[in-house]
Design a protein around this ligand. Structure first.
Ligand SMILES: [Zn+2]
Length: 297
């Protein structure tokens, strides 16, 4: 186990940073550690293999980011406090007035912040679990595929987690919160990333080989879209039915962002370019999965 002192030393030397301690932050960290521990026990019992563990801390950096690294051969994840505190401020700019009381609204925003933290932490854990951290690929398209695989791992894991701990009637609302958490994190992240600055050349970002070559992350807009595609949960009671998660999310977003009911004219050509860019990323995940040795392979 890496000691707190050793992590503090690493943060100070490598990043001029420090561990950030709050009650809320500690609750999130402890809860996520428990979630992963439970998962490791299940995998151990089923497969007789123990997935890697990790240390997790919130650190005193305010951008929307997180890192995973190795300190003395142990895996460590550091989530920036921006994911919790600055993100909460960001959410407050929007219109959440569909709640009947201020308390209800605050609780809802806190839930979104909590899911956002788990999404980011599980994304970083995926880099460890899937072997990305050890293999150190360098090609831009491989790095993009790793990010995409980590995003999908994270949302897939959290959707299963929600189904595991909540009764059927609450699943739609919980997944809705999870997705809104991710959506607003990417939206906020987009503002701090120069590669996302579109000006009037929005579509060029998706197909221009020169721009693609310079990127080592999927565009935030691409990340939102491929994760949105994953929001299908079928429940089987006396019949099999698909939960209306996607419809509810669109409706909520319209309200929160005050878009109203304007029908957007969909530009088919543009949409095809975006779809195509996402399918290319999906395909490159298969390529890296063959290339990277997995702990359970
Ligand atoms: Zn990542």
């Amino acid at each position: 186990m890496v000691s707190i002192e050793r992590m503090m030393q690493y943060l100070q030397e490598e990043r001029k940073g420090s561990i950030y301690v709050t009650k809320q932050g500690c609750d999130f960290v402890n809860h996520f550690q428990e979630m992963i521990t439970r998962e490791r026990v299940v995998i151990r019992d089923e497969n007789k293999i123990i997935p890697p563990g990790m240390e997790l801390q919130l650190i005193n950096e305010s951008s929307i980011n997180a890192i995973s690294t190795k300190i003395d051969e142990e895996y460590c994840i550091f989530v920036y406090k921006g994911i919790v505190e600055e993100q909460k401020e960001y959410l407050r700019r929007y219109d959440w007035n569909f709640f009947s009381s201020e308390e209800e609204k605050e609780q809802y925003l806190d839930d979104i912040i909590e899911y956002g933290f788990y999404f980011i932490a599980a994304h970083e854990y995926a880099h460890i679990f899937c072997g990305h951290l050890d293999v150190r690929l360098t090609e831009p398209n491989e790095l993009i595929a790793e990010e995409c695989e980590a995003d999908m791992f994270s949302i897939d894991y959290l959707m299963k987690y929600i189904q595991f701990i909540h009764p059927i009637e609450n699943i739609t609302e919980e997944v809705e919160k999870l997705f809104l958490a991710v959506y607003f994190l990417f939206e906020n992240m987009q503002r701090q990333n120069y590669q996302e600055f579109y000006n009037d050349k929005l579509m060029q970002n998706y197909y221009d080989p020169d721009r693609i070559q310079k990127r080592d992350h999927p565009l935030d807009a691409q990340r939102i879209l491929y994760l949105y595609d994953m929001l299908n949960i079928v429940v089987i009671t006396d019949e099999a039915k698909l939960l209306p998660i996607k419809e509810n999310i669109i409706e909520k977003l319209r309200h929160i962002k005050r878009i109203g009911n304007v029908e957007h004219s969909i530009n088919d050509v543009n949409y095809t370019i975006v779809e195509d860019s996402i399918n290319k990323i999906r395909k490159s995940i298969k390529d890296i999965q063959e290339k990277i040795p997995r702990f359970n392979a």
